[in-house]
Design a protein around this ligand. Structure first.
Ligand SMILES: *Cc1c(COP(=O)(O)O)cnc(C)c1O
Length: 403
């Protein structure tokens, strides 16, 4: 790239950690989408997991009241770890939702979104070359963040034959010994897989055997599409918070993704180390938003039930519409995604994604962007109306895009 004649100015170039970043696969798809939109195509966008619901009324009302409060307190710099009332609400929520007891002073931490928090966990615990066991396909930020942290990532595949749960026994002993942590996310983005109690027990046993820390992400724990399923917290198993950090977010359960509020719970020292990074890199969550978040935690469960019913109806509408196309897909029990295997005649998920856009005007996320084991699938986000999801299925049938 550089020319021999003159030294390139400025001398500033990208860092090694930036060059280490994998390409953001979905960006290619979104570019192609924008081109279709420019051409006037009526695009059905099921690409990004971006909830399209109104946040809970109590969130909006509490935020408004906090903004109108004549005291300036809410507008000042917040503390890095969150208001004591917010941390208390987090621990009460854990107690009520999972029967897990947390110390609000040390075992709960407010986050400006869990994406931010997960990264700061890596920054405060991983040196370049440290090994991370990462169950994939996964939320793509994990791949990018592990790359920026220059971690040595070992992907543990989530396969259909194992109900998309990792086969811990298949992890190379050498990798397990070298690893510092294992990252799990159930209910899972993108496969929609759900955990079982036995599986969580196995993960804890495995983590103890190899002295691994467990990073658990429960972003979808209250979006249950099957009323008989109720997601667990990993802290129900690691009750002493011996080796667990768990992340939860307001983004999916409460459709508050633009508000940037989430939290971590678990191992006190890990949270304290993250706090050290946070105190040098962010300023915590806007206090007016924390007040709204408290109100939501204290009374948002009806909201979760309602939006779950909406996502369930959307799931059913979509699956019903594609039923004649013969895709071997079981109805997801949780999350806002359908993980669709691609028809055999397509070489890879990107090719099927392009075909869906070109021939049916539908945007999905190609599975290859979620890690190695994501190839062979596309992710359909249930983030448009029942009617539009049914229309998507009808368009696929018309375009002959069956399995
Ligand atoms: C969407 C998502 C997040 C993002 O949460 P924010 O709080 O909005 O940063 C985290 N984890 C998973 C698995 C997700 O799908």
């Amino acid at each position: 790239m550089s020319t021999s004649q003159s030294p390139v100015k400025p001398r500033l170039g990208p860092s090694e950690r930036l060059l280490n970043l994998p390409p953001y696969t979905l960006a290619t798809v979104l570019q192609a989408r924008d081109e279709k939109l420019r051409q006037g195509v009526d695009v059905i966008d099921l690409g990004v997991g971006n909830p399209d619901m109104r946040p809970p009324r109590v969130a909006i009302e509490t935020l408004q009241a906090a903004l109108d409060d004549p005291k300036v307190q809410n507008h000042r710099y917040p503390s890095f770890n969150g208001l004591p009332e917010f941390r208390a609400a987090i621990t009460q929520w854990y107690q009520g939702r999972f029967g897990v007891t947390l110390d609000p002073a040390q075992e709960a931490l407010a986050l400006v979104g869990s994406k931010e928090g997960i990264f700061k966990f890596f920054l405060s615990h991983f040196d370049p070359g440290d090994t991370l066991l990462l169950c994939t396909p996964c939320y793509p930020a994990y791949l990018g963040q592990a790359a920026i942290a220059q971690a040595r990532k070992v992907e543990v595949p989530l396969l259909a034959k194992n109900q998309f749960l990792p086969d811990l026994g298949a992890i190379a002993v050498d990798d397990a010994r070298r690893a510092k942590a294992i990252a799990i996310n159930f209910p899972n983005n993108p496969t929609a897989a759900t955990e079982t109690a036995d599986f969580y027990r196995d993960v804890l046993r495995f983590a103890r055997e190899y002295d691994l820390f467990v990073i658990s992400d429960i972003a979808y724990c209250d979006l249950s599409l099957d009323p008989s399923y109720r997601a667990r917290s990993f802290l129900e198993f690691d009750r002493d918070k011996e080796r667990t950090i768990e992340f939860h977010s307001f983004s999916k359960s409460y459709s508050m993704q633009g508000w940037r509020v989430a939290f971590a719970a678990g191992h006190a020292q890990a949270l304290a180390r993250m706090h050290q990074i946070k105190s040098n890199t962010d300023y915590g969550v806007f206090m007016a938003i924390q007040r709204a978040a408290i109100a939501v935690l204290n009374g948002g469960q009806d909201y979760c039930r309602e939006v779950s019913a909406t996502y369930r109806a959307r799931r059913d509408a979509f699956l019903e519409a594609i039923r004649p196309l013969g895709f071997p897909v079981a109805p997801p029990r949780a999350t806002i995604y359908v993980w669709l295997p691609i028809p055999k005649r397509f070489a890879n998920s990107m090719e099927f994604t392009r075909e869906l856009l070109d021939r049916a005007g539908i945007v999905v996320a190609p599975g290859s962007g979620f890690g190695d084991a994501g190839e062979g699938y596309v992710r359909v986000a249930l983030c448009d109306s029942e009617e539009r999801l049914r229309e998507a299925g009808t368009r696929m049938a018309k375009a002959g895009l069956g399995y």
